[in-house]
Write a protein that binds this ligand. Structure first.
Ligand code: 6PG
Length: 497
């Protein structure tokens, strides 16, 4: 090894090891450290043998093995382990050194860490790294947030190790200050949950019609065709994994896998943030709720003996017609889900001053990450053409398709429900479209009066007696009223503040 290392990686679990190997393969000398020594040894004597790595078994030595300003990437479990390493590193670092957290951390932790380290003169980046094991090794999508000058220190390394989209553009860009990168990564994961749920619902309906796993895989393979609008990594791996045979006996692996989906928490964080920011994300929420429901197998077994779920009636469509309907239904449901995720990013950008560029985010999601998909090209173009789109569904690239084909999503949901298959994700996507395109939400009018009736909470009217169509969402322009429901004649009073 000549001289000092260009960058250091702490954490020799699979993501850390693969990211370190990726860096080394692009010509960088990489220092490595792990809390348990044996993991570093196994790495150095295994995949790293003969390569440009500098192992250390003491944190002090690891820090000393780095060029200054030091760049240290933490690839450890989110939460306490990140804080623990930062605490141990701090006395060993100099002003201007950079710590990077590459785990799936909660963005508010990242904001806190950024400000604590800034006070001490240490730069800090919280970055999303998406693409799983293979992505980390061959090229992930990278979503870094932190100080601009911190990003500049690693821009070249991150660009070199990142995935490249089909047009050769790197799947990394500066996302924004402090927690912006981790917020975007969390939302990416929420969208990932939504995609997985929607694809799973298509498979459920197909299965109910009597198709076996291999036939369903064949449909997904076609949907992943070169110019298909659904072409994406998640469709590709669904097809590939559903074909897998049951090695222990008859049939397919998917049919003997327990119907329980676990989760590490990023989907939940996405909907928690959406609740805080008052942004509806029903498809993403439906995916989290479905995972939750999947986990209580005992309850489902019991309830299945109590409640009579409709059995598949003879499905009205012929097979090919059903497949075509499902294809377009899935595409619309996906557009709706991405519209929700991007709306969340827009709201977070306003609230936390992230200054997110949605076009660039869609652009870097085109390669490397789990949600990489052909249609992210279209999303990128939509935001490049009009950066102030009020919602993704407002782009003619998507509204035209939705306007022509929305009935197919409705039909798919009807088929699913009539044959006793839940379509919570599809229905959530459909209802999001119905709600966002409702000039008048009668349910909201009814609830406004209910609240005033039982709690004297008041209701808004604009221009006195004018119709609700012209109400804008600026409460300042609206007049607030309360009806004295219990008094004779129910007098209405204007509430003035
Ligand atoms: C990625 C993945 C990655 C990981 C998720 C899985 O972008 O590479 O999203 O972050 O696989 O943590 O999340 P769940 O365990 O919550 O499904």
């Amino acid at each position: 090894m000549n001289g000092k290392a260009d960058i250091g990686v702490i954490g020799m679990e699979v993501m850390g090891k693969n990211l370190a190997l990726n860096m080394e393969s692009r010509g960088y000398t990489v220092a490595v450290f792990n809390r348990t020594e044996s993991k570093t040894k196994d790495f150095i004597e295994g995949p790293a043998k003969g390569k440009n790595f500098v192992p250390s078994y003491e944190l002090q030595n690891f820090v000393s093995s780095l060029k200054t300003p030091r760049k240290i990437m933490l690839m450890v479990k989110e939460g306490a382990p990140v804080d623990g390493f930062i605490e141990k590193l701090l006395p060993l670092l100099d002003k201007g050194d950079l710590v990077i957290d590459g785990g799936n951390s909660f963005f508010k932790d990242t904001i806190r860490r950024n400000s604590e380290l800034t006070e001490k003169g240490i730069l800090f980046i919280g970055t999303g790294v998406s693409g799983g094991e293979e992505g980390a090794l061959k090229g992930p999508a990278i979503m870094p947030g932190g100080q601009k000058e911190a990003y500049q220190l690693v821009e070249k390394i991150f660009t070199d190790i990142s995935a490249k989209a089909e047009d050769g553009k790197p799947c990394v860009t500066y996302i924004g200050p402090n927690g912006a990168g981790h917020f975007v990564k969390t939302t990416h994961n929420g969208i990932e949950y939504g995609d997985m749920q929607l694809i799973g619902e298509c498979a459920s309906v197909f299965k109910k019609t009597g198709m076996n796993a291999e036939e369903i895989a064949g449909i997904m393979e076609k949907w992943n065709g070169k110019s298909d609008i659904l072409r994406s990594y998640l469709i590709e791996i669904t097809a590939d994994s559903m074909k897998e045979k049951n090695k222990a006996g008859e049939g397919y692996l998917v049919d003997i896998v327990a119907d329980i989906t676990r989760m590490k928490g990023t989907g939940t964080w996405t909907i928690q943030s959406a609740l805080e920011l008052l942004v509806p994300v029903p498809t993403i929420a439906s995916a989290v709720f479905s995972r939750e429901m999947s986990q209580d197998k005992d309850l489902r077994l019991k309830m299945g003996t109590i409640l009579n779920i409709p059995e598949a009636e003879k499905l009205p469509e012929d097979k090919q017609k059903l497949i075509d309907i499902a294809h377009d239904a899935l595409y619309i449901a996906k557009i709706s889900s991405y519209a929700q995720g991007l709306a969340l990013l827009q709201a977070a950008s306003r609230e936390y001053k992230f200054e997110l560029n949605l076009g660039e985010i869609a652009q870097i999601w085109r390669g490397g990450c789990i949600i990489r998909a052909q249609f992210l090209d279209e999303i990128t173009k939509a935001y490049k053409e009009n950066p102030s789109l009020p919602n993704l569904l407002a782009s003619p690239k998507f509204s035209d398709f939705v306007n022509k084909n929305l009935w197919k999503l409705a039909r798919f949901i009807e088929i699913a429900h009539k044959s006793g298959v839940s379509a919570l994700g599809m229905a959530s996507s459909y209802d999001y479209i119905l709600q966002i395109a409702s000039p008048v939400m009668v349910s909201a009018q009814v609830s406004a009066l209910q609240r005033d009736y039982f709690g004297a909470h008041g209701y808004f009217k604009i221009g006195g007696e004018k119709q609700p169509e012209i109400i804008t969402n600026s409460e300042k322009k609206m007049r607030e009223f309360h009806t004295e429901w219990m008094l004779p004649g129910r007098p209405e009073k204007e509430i003035t503040k």
